[in-house]
Design a protein. Structure first.
Length: 278
């Protein structure tokens, strides 16, 4: 199998490395040219012909343009399956202008936050959102399995829920981290040290979720039913951080109740504290 990976960002780099490690022949494509094994090469149309699979790990708005360029340059063709990595976009929609010029279209979206670290290329156990027409979905599932991933087949409606779940866990949590950093900076810790400290805390919480799931991974005063500590937090926090604390704490009551460590009376008392305006 010959796979072309388009894009020079962290997703493209990680996927290219992971696929190469499995023995797949991987070609890298960027706007400045076609690369393989670190060397500049002529366009495939001048020699070996189109690739079997093209993975477009580019920005959402560039997917259509890059697909057109791959076809125009001969890097992709009638026997190529086009896959993109933008988890919110239905592949039949984004590839609609070129659909009749390729074998299939699909989505290959790793449920990971990739930022360019060396360990990003390790995908063992990673869930991959996959979607597309018959050929596209089958090819996306095959690549996900090849690098140790777990494909999750999605229809058009499921794609929105899947991507929202990814954003809630991978992005929205960082609003809480940003507020927490500000609190530690206010106590005299420099911003870099605060980010490192809270990054370590967040990493340990994430490992607990991965290892034990919820509700078992929940720790802290709400899990214990510690009414006094929650009251202390609310008294110490300025607005709007206090409102953010309340809004994020309320859903934890159900998780704490499911864990069973806190008594119902304590959970009710915490719920009452969280319902107050100040």
């Amino acid at each position: 199998m010959r796979v072309l990976v388009a894009g020079s960002g962290p997703v493209g780099r990680a996927l290219a490395i992971a696929l190469t490690r499995t023995g797949i022949e991987v070609t890298r494509w960027t706007r400045s040219g076609v690369l393989a094994a670190g060397q500049s090469l002529p366009a495939p149309s001048g020699g070996r012909g189109p690739c079997e699979v093209a993975v477009l790990a580019v920005s959402d708005g560039a997917i259509g343009e890059v697909a057109e360029r791959l076809l125009t340059e001969g890097c992709a063709g009638k026997e190529t399956v086009l896959l993109h990595c933008a988890g919110a976009l239905p592949p039949e929609q984004v590839f609609a202008p070129v659909r009749d010029r390729v074998r299939g279209v699909g989505l290959l979206h790793p449920l990971r936050a990739l930022a360019g670290a060396t360990e990003d290329a390790e995908f063992a156990g990673t869930v991959f959102g996959v979607a597309g027409d018959e050929a596209g979905r089958a090819q996306a599932e095959q690549l996900a399995l090849r690098i140790g991933g777990r494909p999750l087949a999605l229809d058009a409606a499921g794609l929105g829920r899947y991507h929202a779940a990814a954003v809630l866990a991978g992005n929205h949590t960082l609003a809480l981290v940003a507020a927490a950093i500000d609190l530690l900076v206010g106590e005299g810790l420099d911003r870099e040290a605060a980010a490192a400290a809270l990054g370590g805390l967040l990493g340990s919480a994430a490992r607990n979720v991965a290892a034990h799931g919820l509700p078992d991974a929940l720790t802290g005063p709400i899990a214990r039913g510690d009414v006094a500590v929650v009251a202390m937090h609310l008294a110490a926090l300025p607005e709007p951080v206090r409102a953010l604390y309340r809004d994020s704490a309320r859903p934890l009551l159900a998780v704490a109740r499911a864990k069973g460590q806190a008594g119902e009376e304590a959970i009710a008392a915490i719920a009452a504290l969280l319902s107050k305006e100040n």
